[in-house]
Design a protein. Structure first.
Length: 334
């Protein structure tokens, strides 16, 4: 059978188009893998929020993303996630302000004790131009794209013994577990304790054996890790209203098209809503749970704790690194 010139041209054109489309079709058939690593306990609201992120993103962009959620430091040890993101060994994590300040020291102001009045204040700050500037600088200097701030909770002190605590002096000599980093150590000293850096996955056993005298965490996290089983009192210091950021390696973020980025942001906001509202509701009700487990609940002199924390930041030279007027601008947000 012979082939005329017109038929040959049509077939050649079709083959050329198929060849041109082949890479795109191959990409479409190969979803973007996003592994999300977190130190949060599997039963914590943050872990639930990450599962919402996976569910919603895969629903919003069918076939485009394959999200894997790893909780409880099951993929990367707490404190190693940010370097893993920067080296290209991990796609996403839940990053804290303390991890940011280790590479951008002037941003330690965002980790300072008693900075945010409550969840609503923190949310407004990060939704404002202050937050936008923060995110942009993190992207520029750390090559990390902050997708969405989430509420980790308001941190309270939790002790193995039932001592009465009114001021930082009452915590003198207490070995209190804190996450690693200079900012955490300074905050611990401001609270009056001997700060003892430790991964959260190691805390339960350390409390049980007496290797540490206490820990500090938002109360839902204390419950999710069952620390009430090995402690006797909670001191409502409310020393840190803490955000956490759902973060992606910028190199990976830049490989995602605009529609995909929009889907990621939308899924992240839904995840934040789940986490934030669930955590706020639980925080309002959780004190009764700890009382039912036999723990005492104490309300100390917050002004004394605040003054002690501020003094520590000044003496340690940390406050001198903060951009002039930024702390006041944050505090003025209403």
């Amino acid at each position: 059978m012979t082939m005329d010139k017109r038929t040959f041209t049509k077939i050649a054109g079709a083959l050329g188009l198929a060849a041109a489309l082949a890479p795109a079709l191959a990409l479409a058939a190969d979803p973007i893998k996003l592994r999300v690593s977190s130190a949060a306990a599997d039963t914590d609201w943050l872990s639930g929020g990450l599962r919402v992120f996976k569910e919603q993103l895969e629903k919003l962009a069918p076939g485009k993303f394959a999200v894997e959620v790893y909780t409880g430091s099951s993929l990367f040890r707490q404190g190693t996630e940010v370097p893993a993101l920067q080296r290209g060994n991990l796609e996403m994590s839940t990053m804290t302000t303390f991890e940011v300040e280790q590479q951008i020291p002037e941003f330690s102001v965002f980790s300072s004790g008693y900075l945010f009045r409550d969840y609503a204040h923190a949310r407004k700050v990060f939704d404002s131009d202050i937050g936008k500037a923060y995110f942009a600088e993190v992207a520029r200097k750390m090559e990390l794209q902050i997708i969405e701030p989430m509420y980790l909770g308001t941190r309270q002190v939790n002790l193995r013994d039932g001592r009465a605590v009114k001021t930082p002096a009452d915590l003198s000599g207490i070995k209190l577990r804190v996450p690693g980093g200079p900012g955490w150590v300074a905050l611990g000293k401001g609270l009056g304790v001997t700060p003892t850096p430790m991964a959260v996955s190691e805390v339960y056993l350390a409390l049980k054996t007496g290797a540490i005298d206490g820990q500090e965490n938002p109360l839902p996290i204390t419950k999710a890790n069952n620390f009430q089983e090995v402690t006797k009192t909670i001191v409502l210091t409310s020393h840190l209203v803490q955000p956490v950021f759902l973060t992606m390696a910028k190199k990976k973020w830049d490989q995602i098209d605009a529609a995909g980025q929009q889907a990621v942001r939308q899924a992240a906001r839904l995840a934040a809503d789940y986490n934030d509202q669930g955590r706020i509701k639980e925080e309002a009700e959780i004190v009764d749970f700890f009382k039912s487990k036999g723990l005492t609940i104490q309300t100390p002199d917050l002004a004394a704790f605040r003054a002690s924390v501020d003094k520590e930041y000044a003496q340690a030279g940390i406050a001198a690194k903060w951009p002039k007027g930024l702390k006041e601008k944050i505090e003025a947000v209403r």
